[in-house]
Design a binder for this molecule. Structure first.
Ligand SMILES: Nc1ncnc2c1ncn2[C@@H]1O[C@H](COP(=O)(O)OP(=O)(O)OP(=O)(O)O)[C@@H](O)[C@H]1O
Length: 277
């Protein structure tokens, strides 16, 4: 077991046990095994088994309170920040490494597993500084290198053309959709392997939403993306695989097309056809 979470994850991972995975997927990035999760006495996740493939978009869907965000936050240990939160049993492995092992460096982990939230949260700093912040914390101060990362990250987040002439103005001066893309640029600046997105478009208008969705399409292949969404159309448009959760349980995980056209479980069908939720 490494004393630090590795800075760069390899591209593929073995599957040491049979977890619920969509067929024909060979490489696993995130593997959850028999995970129970509690807030105080209340069990929020029940025996979750899922293998999330590398370099694909995986959508988490399900009615409010079913545990989607809780599971997402287990992947970069954001739940550590909640006093009453705890794992009851089970494992979360990222590229085969148990990320709850006491030897894992949580800061390194969060650098590898970036997160974009429901409400965009740029720092009250310039566009440029929003991107360079994470690098400066790593001790990178070379101006030329920082300039390169800023341009590359903003291009990667499909924002460069809109902001290249105002890099030193406040990130808070951007529109809501631009701010969300700035947050995505900030996430990719530190070169994560995984990007977690918790309802990233719920505060955006349809045009800004479609830009972020296009961006998600462009980013996949390079990053493993897990997106929580309440928007069925968005899950259908953006994701390769979809996991449906209900009352803290993973009901079904399959190719998105199958979930939306021919789900195996009655509860999945009832949810996607709008019978509940
Ligand atoms: N910080 C917390 N303290 C106590 N209980 C919590 C906390 N966060 C979530 N829960 C509870 O855990 C359960 C799962 O919540 P979670 O936010 O993961 O669901 P969700 O599917 O993401 O919901 P939504 O779609 O409404 O965001 C819910 O019963 C919720 O009330």
């Amino acid at each position: 077991m490494p004393s630090n979470f590795p800075m760069k994850l390899p591209d593929t991972a073995p599957m040491p046990h049979a977890a619920l995975a969509p067929p024909e997927e060979s490489s696993t990035m995130i593997e959850v095994e028999n995970l129970d999760f509690y807030y105080g006495q209340a069990r929020a996740l029940h025996e979750i088994n899922i293998s999330i493939p590398a370099n694909k978009v995986t959508a988490f869907i399900g009615p409010s309170g079913c545990g989607k965000s809780t599971l997402l936050r287990c992947f970069n240990r954001m739940n550590d920040l909640v006093d009453i939160a705890r794992i009851g049993k089970g494992r979360v492995r990222i590229h085969g490494i148990d990320i709850y092992d006491p030897d894992v460096d949580v800061i390194s982990l969060r650098r590898q597993v970036g997160m974009v939230f429901q409400k965009s949260n740029p720092f009250p700093k310039s566009i440029y500084e929003n991107i360079t912040y994470g690098l400066e914390i790593q001790g990178i101060s070379d101006r030329k290198r920082l300039d390169e990362v800023v341009e590359k990250s903003l291009r990667g987040a499909a924002l460069w053309d809109e902001v290249k002439d105002r890099l030193h103005t406040s990130g808070l001066g951007l529109s809501g959709g631009q701010q969300q893309r700035l947050c995505i640029a900030r996430a990719i600046a530190v070169e994560p392997s995984i990007i977690l997105m918790d309802e990233p478009c719920s505060a955006l208008d349809p045009i800004a939403t479609s830009k972020v969705e296009e961006l998600i399409q462009q980013l996949k292949g390079k990053y493993t993306i897990v997106i929580v969404t309440h928007n069925m159309q968005q899950a259908g448009r953006c994701s390769d695989n979809t996991a449906f959760f209900y009352l803290g349980k993973l009901i079904e995980f399959a190719k998105t097309e199958k979930i939306f056209t021919n789900p195996s479980q009655r509860q999945t069908e009832d949810y996607i056809t709008g019978r509940f939720g």
